[in-house]
Design a protein around this ligand. Structure first.
Ligand SMILES: [Fe+2]
Ligand SMILES: [Fe+2]
Length: 357
């Protein structure tokens, strides 16, 4: 297991010292047994760019993304690429997607995009595709197979028949706890594509799947959920080491289901609290450690961090560096066979959320 680097290692150069301690993005490093193969990528997610009127946008969400982009450009070593984890827009409009794309265009890196439900349900991803390309795809990079899924699809009846306007459909899916919403799914067509895509990949190859919703069932009421999660997981099972990294939940989550490690990334817009039923769930789900609520929900920088992936062990280790908050590390515990919070997993070591600031 490679030691995780400090943020100081990543930010070099004039002006960077001021930024240390406030890095608003996810930094991911893939460490191999042969260090010459190590590489890093950055991960930014859930910016929720929201149009007000004319050329006005919600300032806090703009600032979150602008800052993440600016600081990504300062990272040394330079990340090989940047992932954007979905929910670039709030209501999927051209104005929001254009504005978000314009901010992302300032990155000095290749960017791979993941579709979020806030990007999709106005025009079913049509304009997003014009800007960013395919809704799902795969690529190989330095010995790792990466897959990007569009995990936020749902039943055809809900998508095509239930709502009188596209705007209403978007609003119904945009709510966190709206009973008119519908469970997310990858869907049969895409699962068949995934099966074929993975067929040609050696099962010893480290596999990293990016999705927007978790490819597991956490809490249906808030759509922290993918309805066909088990069927997607079955396709990942033949691999020695499979990892799913997802956005959407705007909080630290981690889990282990068979050979698959699950890790969530932070948002640049805001954090969600942990749903209570998640804490009570009696199943594979991780034990909650420190809840993700915060004292000042309008302090937009509090929802962000960077993570470190160690593929020498075949598993994801996430270092979350949080603003105004205690840093967290979630790493794979080989003895126990699942990820855990290295500081707060032991119930005796947990602290109240408000002491956490
Ligand atoms: Fe989101
Ligand atoms: Fe989302």
């Amino acid at each position: 297991m490679t030691d995780s680097p400090s943020r100081r290692d990543f930010l070099k150069g004039a002006g960077a010292a001021a930024a240390v301690g406030t890095l608003p993005l996810s930094m991911v490093k893939l460490a191999f047994a042969d260090p010459s193969q190590d590489f890093t990528f950055a991960y930014i997610s859930d910016s929720h760019i929201q149009h007000i009127k004319g050329n006005e946008f919600v300032r806090n969400w703009d600032r979150g993304l602008i800052r993440a982009v600016a600081e990504t450009n300062l990272l040394r070593p330079k990340p090989d690429f940047v992932m954007f984890g979905g929910d670039l827009a709030q209501l999927g409009t051209k104005a929001e997607l254009d504005h978000g794309a314009e901010m992302l265009a300032k990155l000095d890196h290749k960017v791979h995009m993941v579709m979020g439900e806030h990007d999709y349900y106005l025009d079913l991803g049509e304009y997003w595709s014009k800007l960013f390309g395919d809704h799902y795809y795969s690529f190989d990079h330095k010995g790792v197979h990466f897959v990007v899924l569009n995990s936020i699809l749902t039943f055809d009846e809900w998508t095509y028949e239930r709502w009188p306007t596209a705007e209403q459909r978007m609003l119904e899916m945009a709510g966190l706890d709206n009973p008119n919403g519908s469970p997310f799914m990858v869907g049969e067509k895409q699962r068949e594509w995934l099966r074929k895509d993975l067929e040609k990949v050696d099962k010893k190859t480290p596999l990293v799947v990016f999705s927007h919703s978790p490819i597991q069932k956490i809490y249906k009421g808030w759509n922290f959920w993918t309805d066909d999660a088990e069927q997607v997981q079955a396709l990942l099972k033949p691999f020695d080491r499979a990892n799913v990294v997802y956005g959407h939940v705007h909080q630290i989550q981690y889990n282990q289901i068979d050979n698959i490690s699950f890790n969530a990334v932070m948002a640049t817009a805001w954090p969600w609290p942990y749903p209570q039923s998640y804490a009570q769930a009696d199943q594979h789900l991780p034990v909650l450690t420190v809840p993700m609520n915060r004292a000042d929900p309008f302090f937009e920088r509090d929802a962000t961090g960077w993570q470190f992936i160690d593929v020498a062990t075949g598993r994801v280790a996430m270092d979350y560096n949080l603003y105004n908050n205690t840093n967290r590390r979630v790493a794979f515990n080989a003895a126990k066979g699942h990820p855990e919070d290295t500081s707060f997993q032991d119930p005796a070591r947990r602290i109240a959320p408000q002491v956490h600031y």
